[in-house]
Design a protein around this ligand. Structure first.
Ligand SMILES: C[S@@+](CC[C@H](N)C(=O)[O-])C[C@H]1O[C@@H](n2cnc3c(N)ncnc32)[C@H](O)[C@@H]1O
Length: 389
């Protein structure tokens, strides 16, 4: 699956660049009030601020604000691209106007600017939006949290398991010689390929579940925030949030599979939810996952939620007991001591290395704060996104 012909990527990049469609550009065009409103999925203040018809205003209305724009304005902002983008299904045209069918969002770290293509943020202005099973999440607070707590030491090889739109991979290309990104969702793979091309970075994108696409390979750094809903794993599934496995089995497989794929001294950083089981301290349950691997883990439990508190409504009692979801961040260390930072998403999990180690140290990271479910909801922050680390 290819979302956009390769020859159209450079002119799209050129159009975004010349319009000033960057994190700072969009933030300035919106101003703080409209930017904050967009973060709450409200577009009216932003629409008021961007009525001037400049290319930047047109792109802000088209993508972050998901508004129909005048076709002449669209052609000015995206010269020669409106028809090809419509043909590719990234835009749609009706009489005299154009609107977005996928999102293009400026994203930035302290050092770098990127653009991220993903599916449209559902639920702007309270509209009821139904998303498809293969919906590709944009940058959520959980994505930012994982990006912020990832150790950014230069490494040779890094793995982004469950890459989605590829946001973790973009960060990894800054400090890893080779980045492998995997997912089971072909639409996500197509988006992460497009994002790599748009941002002129090399990402080795592969299809497959869990560690299947990297059998026999080792990595210095593994990052992942796997599907996060704790549920029986049945019923209607959205691939970005439902693993199709019961309870926290997906997280257990991620954690228990990590040691075999870590190079000596490697780290796995996992942001996830796990289940509390009556009569078994959660620390024991999680440390049991790493027994015999020779790896250490640092687990930060950020919060504990009762099933009834889960806004997804998907947290249901498991057969093993009365579960609550807990969240935090876990990471383990290989040959070196490693440090962990509190997570702000709603999850946490484990990491490992193939040699026995000392316990990890600690580091306080800057993370965004969030409610238990909001960071991982499909209607996460709608404004342009900056990630700090
Ligand atoms: C919560 S999203 C995280 C996306 C991205 N890493 C981020 O930081 O925003 C979880 C991702 O895991 C993918 N996924 C679901 N099941 C998977 C599996 N069995 N193996 C690999 N990836 C999977 C989903 O398609 C989705 O892209």
């Amino acid at each position: 699956m290819e979302l956009l012909r390769a020859d159209l990527v450079p002119p799209l990049r050129e159009a975004l660049t010349s319009a000033g469609f960057t994190y700072d550009g969009v933030a300035a065009a919106l101003g703080p009030t409209a930017h904050a409103a967009l973060g709450r999925n409200e577009t009216t203040p932003g629409l008021r601020r961007t009525a001037g018809g400049t290319p930047l205003e047109t792109l802000v209305r088209l993508w972050p604000l998901q508004s129909a724009v005048d076709v002449h304005h669209a052609e000015e902002a995206l010269p020669g691209l409106v028809d090809p983008l419509c043909a590719a299904g990234l835009l749609e045209r009706s009489v005299g106007s154009v609107r977005a069918r996928v999102d293009v969002r400026p994203y930035a770290s302290d050092e770098r600017d990127w653009w991220v293509v993903s599916d449209l943020t559902p639920g702007l202005d309270g509209t009821a939006t139904r998303v498809g099973a293969d919906h590709v999440l944009g940058i959520s607070s959980a994505s930012s949290s994982l990006a912020q707590l990832t150790v950014r030491t230069p490494v040779a090889r890094a793995l982004d398991l469950g890459t989605g739109c590829g946001v973790q991979s973009l960060h990894l290309t800054d400090h890893a010689g080779h980045v492998v990104a995997t997912d089971v969702n072909r639409r996500a793979l197509a988006m992460s390929r497009l994002n790599a091309a748009l941002n002129e970075v090399d990402i080795d994108v592969r299809e497959g579940s869990l560690y299947d696409p990297v059998r026999g390979e080792a990595f210095d750094l593994l990052v992942t925030n796997p599907p996060f809903v704790v549920s029986p794993g049945t019923g209607e599934l959205l691939v970005y949030r439902d693993s199709g496995l019961p309870g926290d089995e997906m997280v257990r497989r991620v954690v228990t599979g990590a040691p075999a794929h870590l190079a000596p001294g490697g780290l796995a950083q996992v942001l996830a939810n796990w289940v509390h089981v009556d009569g078994l301290p959660w620390e024991e349950r999680l440390s049991g996952w790493l027994e015999g691997t020779g790896c250490d883990a640092w687990v930060v439990q950020r919060e504990v939620a009762d099933p009834a508190q889960s806004s997804s409504g998907s947290v249901t009692p498991a057969t093993t007991g009365r579960p609550t979801t807990s969240s935090g961040t876990t990471r383990g260390s290989g040959g070196s001591r490693s440090r962990a930072s509190p997570a702000s998403g709603s999850g946490g999990s484990t990491c490992a290395g193939p040699t026995a180690n000392r316990p990890c140290g600690s580091r306080s990271g800057r993370t965004t704060s969030s409610s238990p479910s909001a960071p991982r909801s499909a209607s996460g922050p709608a404004g342009s996104t900056r990630s700090r680390r």
